[in-house]
Structures are given as structure tokens and as C-alpha cells.
Design a protein around this ligand. Structure first.
Ligand code: G3P
Length: 222
């Protein structure tokens, strides 16, 4: 995983669904090319294949289930997501929480299939717990700040700084991202100054009048 990194979680906003998901992927692609910063799209499962065929950028799934092929109606199977074009996945997002045993299994499946695993956490303690699973990255996101536009890197800098310190003490190879309320270049610079390897964000870009301009502003102070 190249750092600094920006992962855009498309969630289920209409502005980032269907054909708009593809437009947003093109915005990420051109902002990445212009800035030289790695930008990843994390669209809904149904939009992954089209984006992988028509755009050129890394794609993460929003969720993978801890299952093997077989009878699991409605689930997201890692094999199919990889076939569709993902090179990684978010795991345990605060809007899609998982049991610890399932987080461990999906991190293992990602490693076995040679794709990136980015486990989301809500605080320093859970970040320490998942660091022991050796995912590619931990993304700490205080749930109360998600979708508020109040940036974790400025409102709760100690959460970012201490997560970096504690996670790296357990496994220095695990990248640390932060998210919740991240929108501007100042927000991302503050995150990087606190030791983060990148950011995970959504509404500040997806709801912007020009997502591409918002992405370029996000990385303008690095
Ligand atoms: O996964 C990113 C996310 O939960 C943060 O959302 O809208 O505060 O950037 P947002």
C-alpha cells in the first residue's frame, strides 16, 4: 500500500452510486494523476465491476463476509469481489460492525488472496486489538464524528497520535489511517503531522460541488 493514501468510502450515497460511482472514480483517477497521491475508491459491491472495467485506479470493497464458497445468500464472497476487480477491502466499518473472530478470518482471507485489508476501529483500544491481527492498515474513526464535518485530526488529535503510537508498537508494518469529518487540506495535513499514513473519508468529498476540486484541495498541503 503506497502512502500517503486517500481512501474514499462511497457508502450508499446516491451521489456515489451507479453511474455517479463511475464519475467519482474518474475524479479520483485524475486527482491521483495530477497530485501523485494514491487514491482508492471503495464503492458498493454492485458498482465494482463497472468501475474496474472503465476506470484505472485501486478499488476496495466496503465489506467482505467471513465465509467460504457455498450457501450464504446475500453475502459478499472474497473470490467474487476479487474477480470483479478489488485489490483490498474495508473491514469492520462502524456502519458494518463484525465479531472479532470474523474480523480475524477476513484479514486472513485477504492475506491468503494477496489483497489489502483495512480494518476500521472506533478508538485506541480496539485499534491495538486489531493491530495484533496484522492487517495492512487500521483506520481509526470516532463514530460520533462520522458525517459531521468535524475532523478527527483537529477535534481529537490525541486519538490519531496515540493510535499511531500504540499500533506501531505492536506491529510497525501496520499502516494507520484516520477518518471522520476529514474534508480539507488542513484536515489531511493535520492527520499526517500526527503520524498517520493517510485518511479514510466520505461525505466531505461525495457531497462537494466538485468532488475532483475537493480531492485536489485535500492533498494540496502535503
Ligand atoms: O469511512 C469513512 C467514514 O466513516 C467517514 O465519513 O463522512 O465523516 O468522511 P465522513
Amino acid at each position: 500500500m503506497d502512502t500517503p493514501i486517500v481512501i474514499l468510502n462511497y457508502k450508499t450515497y446516491l451521489e456515489s452510486s451507479g453511474l455517479k460511482a463511475l464519475e467519482l472514480a474518474h475524479d479520483l483517477e485524475s486527482a491521483a494523476n495530477e497530485s501523485g497521491i494514491t487514491m482508492v475508491a471503495a464503492p458498493q459491491a454492485a458498482d465494482i465491476y463497472r468501475i474496474s472495467q472503465e476506470a484505472s485506479l485501486p478499488i476496495f470493497a466496503q465489506h467482505i463476509d467471513a465465509i467460504a464458497p457455498g450457501g450464504h445468500t446475500g453475502s459478499n464472497l472474497i473470490n467474487t469481489l476479487i474477480d470483479a476487480g478489488v485489490s483490498g477491502s474495508l473491514i469492520n466499518h462502524s456502519e458494518q460492525r463484525m465479531k472479532l473472530a470474523d474480523i480475524a478470518e477476513v484479514v486472513r482471507l485477504c492475506a491468503e488472496n494477496d489483497i489489502e485489508s483495512c480494518v476500521c476501529t472506533n478508538n485506541i483500544e480496539t485499534s491495538k486489538a486489531v493491530a495484533a491481527l496484522a492487517p495492512t492498515a487500521v483506520a481509526v474513526e470516532p463514530p460520533e464524528l462520522i458525517g459531521t464535518g468535524i475532523p478527527v485530526s483537529q477535534a481529537q488529535p490525541e486519538v490519531v497520535e496515540d493510535t499511531v503510537k500504540e499500533v506501531k508498537a505492536i506491529n510497525k508494518n501496520v499502516k494507520v489511517l484516520c477518518g471522520a469529518g476529514i474534508t480539507t487540506g488542513d484536515d489531511m495535513k493535520a492527520a499526517m503531522d500526527l503520524g498517520a499514513d493517510g485518511v479514510l473519508l466520505a461525505s466531505g468529498i461525495i457531497k462537494a460541488e466538485s468532488p475532483k476540486d475537493a480531492l485536489l484541495d485535500l492533498v494540496s498541503k502535503l
